[in-house]
Ligand binder design. Structure first.
Ligand code: QUE
Length: 349
């Protein structure tokens, strides 16, 4: 069992805590497999009526996945270990999505990438004044995975494509406004919320409702009209053209952000979100995302992006292709194509 996952049964509640604080609880394969084992056990344990997921210490819930290890695998062993990581991480995401007991996730602090994948499937998602939510994969040449195609495509207006392309960080008030969180609690109330849930796991909704407070105004409400207008198209070239044609400060800032992101990530994300919107089965979304993960980690942008952001930390990635025009529809077709027989993703049974 992983030393980076704490698990206990208190009262009628299974309590999972992420405990890898030196990496803001970024998920490793070992942590993912430990969470799978515990959740499978609790699924059939009548003593467990609900599951609570939080982090043990430090300033974030979960910063993502251990993408530095995935990068090493790509450079050293052809990516087999990297693919295994995503395969099992997506199985964990799917297990939570289909879990037949209530799950409460506490998104107190940084909740990005892999952290989003374990919080969003929860029926109850608690944001606080510390929540910092993002899908920042465009900065490392990956794509918004862990089920994000599903969640982002179901947000109001064009907020999903906006979050996927820019990697914008949302605070707790914005998460509540967008429906990414179901409740907003002051962090000082979390200890009481957890204690009361453990004492009365059949009253989670009432407990969270009672401890909820009014969040500050969500900044996103003021930008929603701009987001819907400038990010209206599923064609990346159209979004660049719309931002370039406008001389507002907001458009200039978003344009500068998009110019810093991987063009390949952005094109993949737009197609992924458009496709995910039409799906009726989360399993199919995860099957598609695993194809994307297997292909995208082998593209040069992934090793380069992780180098620039997490290894050398120069924040100066050199993307290849460097512009949207360099990426053909045929290239995208190849990235989205089914994997060979025997290599496709399947959920845990
Ligand atoms: C994009 C990402 C990740 C990221 C930064 C990005 C990501 C991830 C981490 C991360 C952060 C701190 C750590 C760590 C990993 O950063 O997925 O091990 O200590 O896990 O711009 O997708």
């Amino acid at each position: 069992m992983s030393e980076n996952i704490h698990h206990h049964i208190h009262g009628g509640v299974g309590h999972l805590s992420l405990a890898r604080p030196r990496a803001i609880n970024a998920l490793t394969l070992d942590m993912v497999e430990a969470m799978q084992r515990v959740l499978l056990e609790w699924r059939n344990d009548p003593a467990v009526q609900a599951v609570l997921i939080d982090h043990a210490e430090g300033r974030g819930f979960c910063a993502g996945g251990d993408v530095a290890a995935v990068r090493r695998s790509v450079l050293e062993d052809g990516g087999a270990e990297g693919r295994a990581f995503f395969h099992e991480e997506y199985r964990l995401n799917h297990l939570l999505f289909t879990y037949r007991k209530p799950v409460v996730a506490f998104m107190d602090g940084i909740t990005m990438g892999g952290g989003v994948g374990i919080a969003m499937p929860a029926q109850f998602r608690v944001a606080t004044e510390n929540t910092l939510f993002a899908m920042p994969e465009g900065a490392i040449g990956l794509f918004p995975d862990v089920g994000a195609g599903w969640y982002l495509s179901r947000l109001p207006g064009r907020i999903g494509p906006f979050l996927a392309l820019t990697g914008a960080r949302l605070d707790g008030a914005e998460c509540l406004w967008a429906g990414l969180a179901t409740h907003y609690l002051p962090s000082e109330a979390l200890a009481e919320a957890k204690a009361r849930i453990i004492a009365a796991p059949d009253s989670i909704a009432a407990i969270l409702d009672e401890l909820s407070t009014e969040p500050p105004e969500a900044r996103l409400t003021r930008n929603a009209a701009n987001i819907d207008r400038f990010f209206a198209s599923d064609r990346l070239e159209d979004i660049f053209a719309a931002l370039e044609a406008d001389d507002s400060k907001w458009a200039g800032k978003e344009l500068a952000t998009l110019r810093s992101r991987s063009p390949l990530t952005m094109k993949v994300a737009l197609r992924q979100i458009a496709q995910a919107k039409a799906l009726s089965d989360f399993t199919e979304e995860m099957r598609i995302e695993y194809r994307l993960a297997a292909r995208m980690i082998a593209e040069p942008d992934f090793a380069e992006g992780v180098r620039a952001v997490l290894v050398d930390k120069d924040n100066a990635p050199r993307w290849n292709p460097a512009t949207p025009e360099g990426i053909s529809e045929a290239k995208l077709d190849a990235i989205f194509a089914p994997l060979p027989e025997g290599e496709e993703w399947a959920p845990l049974t």
